[in-house]
Design a protein around this ligand. Structure first.
Ligand SMILES: Cc1ncc(COP(=O)(O)O)c(C=O)c1O
Length: 367
């Protein structure tokens, strides 16, 4: 299988080897604490009888699936606990292609690079569909691109890399397009707790038998290393997703699921609200500095990222390296995210040094 190593690794390596002090705004690892109850549950787990160290049910611990189902207001049978949202995305994309309803996935441009990677791995064809300048959905463009060959439409909201949060009515229109061409719609909601309004509207509210929602706890509980995510599949597809999950993984990791279950039950809404406040403050500090640097950007409505464009300094790999060497700030080249934002650089705000990085950028680009 041909697969180009993600640019992410390349930039991280370059930044790691750089001489000076470099602020990492590349990775999407939250830098704040997980819920306190998650740490407690992990300690408790270490002393459980060894029977609790054996295989969990393949589709996930029942109590965790039930807790997810209750929060998402769906039947627990529809929930498959996966190794991160990444696996849930894989299951959804695989399911779309095995239906013999076409080979094409419509992906929004700019795109989270693992979607075209997985589409390709699964024998599908990616078509990039432009979004609005602010990252919002262009439903007409999706309608125009959709055809009999379209098996899947992939949405991600709140969005990486644009920070857009899609309007639920626009998502509803996309589902209608999918209906017309017999496609599934995968909605990756891994940043659901990071809709900065705190009022995220999930695609599950549409109650459509074409919609697969994927999400996970990597971001919301600041535990990207735990690998706990989930997919909520329509009844007609959940059986196949569970089978594929079992054949690929046997099961997920029990200690991670145990800890997440406890944290889910015992973490107050204020935990998530505080993380949003922290991010909102960083967005303010960072965008103020972008103003001072004369950059173009869209203010994120959600997720962790800001895309910025500096006049005369396109977001190529070469310039990203220059920024590491000369300004001490590492971002991601825009062309890692499809074709729409080759001029732009993505900065992840999950560093306590976001304000300092902003000052460095303002100094570097400012007059
Ligand atoms: C849009 C999107 N989906 C999925 C993932 C992967 O999430 P997980 O760690 O739950 O597999 C990421 C991680 O950055 C992401 O940005």
């Amino acid at each position: 299988m041909e697969y180009e190593e993600p640019k992410f690794f390349h930039v991280m390596q370059y930044a790691g080897a750089a001489d000076g002090d470099v602020i990492d705004m590349v990775s999407g690892n939250p830098d704040w604490e997980p819920p306190a109850t998650l740490r407690e549950a992990l300690r408790e787990y270490a002393d459980l009888p060894s029977a609790e160290f054996q295989y969990p049910p393949s589709e996930g611990l029942l109590e965790l699936r039930e807790a997810i189902a209750e929060r998402r207001n769906v039947d627990a049978d529809r929930v498959v606990v996966t190794n991160g949202t990444g696996e849930a995305n894989y299951l959804a994309i695989a399911r779309a292609f095995e239906r013999d309803a076409g080979d094409e996935a419509l992906l929004m441009d700019p795109v989270y690079p693992y979607y075209p990677g997985k589409t390709d791995m699964l024998g599908g064809e990616s078509t990039l569909v432009p979004t609005e300048r602010d990252g919002g959905l262009d439903v007409d463009a999706i309608r125009e691109a959709a055809s009999e060959d379209t098996a899947l439409i992939v949405l991600n909201t709140p969005n990486n890399p644009t920070g857009a949060v899609y309007d639920l009515d626009a998502v509803r229109e996309v589902v209608a397009v999918a209906d017309a061409v017999d496609a599934l719609v995968m909605v990756d909601e891994v940043y659901d707790h990071f809709d900065l309004t705190g009022e995220f509207e999930s695609a599950l509210m549409l109650d459509s038998d074409r919609v697969i929602v994927t999400s996970g706890f990597s971001k919301s509980m600041a535990i990207t290393g735990f690998r706990v995510g989930y997919g909520i599949f329509p009844e007609a597809h959940v059986g196949d997703a569970k089978t594929r999950h079992m054949l690929v993984n046997v099961a997920g990791a029990r200690p991670s699921q145990y800890a997440v279950h406890h944290a889910l039950a015992e973490t107050p809404p204020s935990y998530y609200a505080e993380a949003r406040e922290l991010l909102a403050d960083r967005v303010d500090a960072f965008t103020d500095a972008l103003d001072a640097a004369g950059a173009e950007y869209t203010r994120p409505e959600g997720a962790f990222y800001v895309l910025a464009r500096f006049e005369g300094f396109p977001g190529t790999m070469e310039n990203v390296k220059r920024l590491i060497d000369e300004a001490g700030v590492a971002g991601m080249p825009g062309d890692a995210f499809g074709t729409a934002r080759g001029e732009w650089i993505r900065f992840a705000l999950v560093t306590p040094r976001a304000a300092e990085a902003a000052e460095r950028l303002a100094d570097y680009f400012g007059d």
